[in-house]
Design a protein around this ligand. Structure first.
Ligand code: CA
Length: 272
């Protein structure tokens, strides 16, 4: 039954993409069909691959499976995309024109912990890909079938979200839970996608609700090797942090600005 519904959904979605004329009528049907699909909000995947034919096949297969997909043909473009949007997973080709997939991965890992699935043409690279040095989550050897790739993506996402999120605790710390073992902040039941700096900053705030942290103190909390240039970027990190938290709960700004002094986390939370 579910398989049939899924096929129907795919066919309709494809038809909708192809036909401008039918689009308006199909909106109603697709929204009804979506109740059959297990994923409510499509997970966003970034595919980084410079060979257009491979890239197109992967995009097609993932979109047919209900994922929202963005593609990048170079390492630089991939890093730009990762700065601009939140993704659930990255598919990363090892051989890119401007830098290696390994370098891209290392740069991503400096600030983010999202799963990375490597595409590699050489079995000799596999040990490096999933080894500690690079820290990829999985790999697929070229040539591969797009179906197989989609199955791997699903398996990784299932694994990542298999650990139940802690229930939001409404107490002195408010609806914010810091999960140190997973380096995650759960805000109103939503896991925030934070950079390492942002996470550490929020952890410091949450440990002392209401306490005002100066920029310098926040810099010390957020960075292993704080330097003077970091202090100027504290405001930027706070801004991003606010945006992420607003994304989880609109209309509530949990970080208070104290002019000329610094920032603090709300001590008492409004009734929600
Ligand atoms: Ca390539």
């Amino acid at each position: 039954m579910a398989v049939l519904n899924r096929d129907v959904a795919e066919t309709i979605l494809r038809a909708a993409a192809l036909s401008e004329i039918l689009n308006k009528r199909l909106v109603i049907i697709t929204s009804a069909v979506q109740t059959f699909t297990p994923v409510e909000m499509p997970a966003k995947i970034l595919i980084v691959e410079d060979e257009p034919s491979i890239c197109e096949n992967v995009v097609y297969a993932l979109e047919a499976d209900g994922f929202a997909v963005t593609s990048a043909g170079t390492g630089r473009k991939a890093l730009e995309q990762l700065e601009a949007q939140d993704f659930s997973l990255v598919i990363l080709d090892v051989g890119l024109p401007d830098m290696t997939g390994f370098e891209v991965c290392k740069t991503i890992r400096k600030t983010r912990s999202l799963p990375i699935l490597f595409l590699t043409a050489r079995s000799s690279e596999v040990d490096r890909v999933v080894g500690l040095e690079i820290g990829g989550d999985d790999y697929v050897l070229k040539p591969f079938s797009p179906r197989e790739l989609v199955a791997r993506v699903r398996a990784i996402l299932r694994r990542v979200s298999a650990v139940p999120l802690p229930a939001p605790v409404v107490d002195a710390a408010g609806p914010l839970v810091i999960d140190e073992t997973r380096c995650q902040a759960i805000y109103f039941g939503t896991a925030l996608n934070l950079s390492r700096y942002e996470f550490r900053m929020l952890k410091a705030f949450a440990a002392h609700p209401g306490r005002v942290f100066s920029r310098e103190q926040l810099m010390d909390q957020a960075s292993e090797e704080p330097d003077a240039s970091m202090e100027r970027t504290v405001d930027t990190h706070v801004k991003t942090l606010r945006a992420r938290m607003r994304g989880a709960r609109e209309g509530l700004d949990p970080i208070v600005t104290h002019r000329g002094m610094g920032y603090s986390l709300l001590e008492t939370w409004p009734e929600v």
